[in-house]
Design a protein around this ligand. Sequence first.
Ligand code: CP3
Length: 368
Amino acid sequence: YCYCPPLPKDFPELKNDTFLRAARGEEVEHVPVWCMRQAGRYLPEFRESRAGKDFFETCRSPEACCELTLQPLRRFPFDASIIFSDILVVPQALGMDVQMSPGKGPVFPEPLKEPDDLQRLRPKVDVDAELGYVFKAITLTRHKLEGKVPLIGFTGAPWTLMSYMIEGGGSTTHSKAKRWLYRHPEASHKLLRQLTDVIVEYLLGQVKAGAQALQVFESHTGCLGPAEFKEFSLPYLRDIARRVKDKLKDSGLDNVPMIVFAKDGHYGLEELSQSHYEVVGLDWTVDPRSARERTGGRVSLQGNMDPCALYATKERISEIVKTMVEGFGTRGYIANLGHGVYPDMDPESVGAFVEAVHTHSRQLLNRN
Ligand code: CP3
């Protein structure tokens, strides 16, 4: 046990609330922008900090997480920060071994194979004990941000985490995990419920620690069809948002905007916009105007430039951003990429993206 006193929670005053206002659908002076994986290997200073260090050891160091979270903000005028961590810390909290193999990605040496393997998971997870290092990183980072921009906390969604726990790593077909959905539906629901319970406590702990918004990553929506999505993903996504909001209220804490990012889940857009999230994140396969129509003004939208557009020239990036911002409109909109920045991308292109969002949205807003 560590008896060191928790960091005081009287955080510096927030100077740029554009991201939070856009999430709530309020008026803004420019469209806010941040990037998934804005802290990442495309930054030389990130590679230097991470050099020779184990990935999950880095995740367990609040000081390292804080430094990596702040790095992109020293370069670019992002309107939000996202805590450096990983979605796979939750399977670790449930008792699974997860390693990050350089060049290969995450590896579970002993993935779940059959429903009996669920017995290997901790039946009750003490979230503070297992994931307190993330909470410490959030509190420290919130202080070190000095109110510059809001800090986003995040989690993986139950289906995405379940698929990693069964596949044992990355997969194109996700067929081992999908086999469970078709052959072991009850065990699948049991696992999804167990993950949901931990995720709710985890998100709550992040807000208590200082997170000002939350994003739920359902990265593996694309391998599901609409029916499987409705049975195995959507109910848990809804449950997470409802329970987190109820519990925040019960604890006397302010509501925080929640973002659901179901990658490649275009078929579920209508349902996602009615799932208690303030913001729906989009990948680049969805047309901005059609996303607006299908979500009917019920939510703010986030996204969705193809990350590969960052390989274009600065001028072309600016044109693409202009079309994107015009498509979404400036109200209830948070600009982002449709997925994370890739390691081989030029930091200057990320800077050009951020600048283009600010410039074009200011022009549009001044015209109105
Ligand atoms: O967005 C951010 O800047 C915040 C930090 C963040 C990371 N991972 C850091 C990270 C977030 C939000 C994640 C989420 C995450 N992790 C997801 C959901 C988002 C998505 O991409 O769909 C997933 C599926 C993971 C699992 C994971 N972790 C993968 C597939 C990898 C890549 C492995 C590789 O070698 O490229 C990771 C590792 C990881 N997580 C890195 C970073 C910056 C790169 C590895 C490193 O720094 O050594």
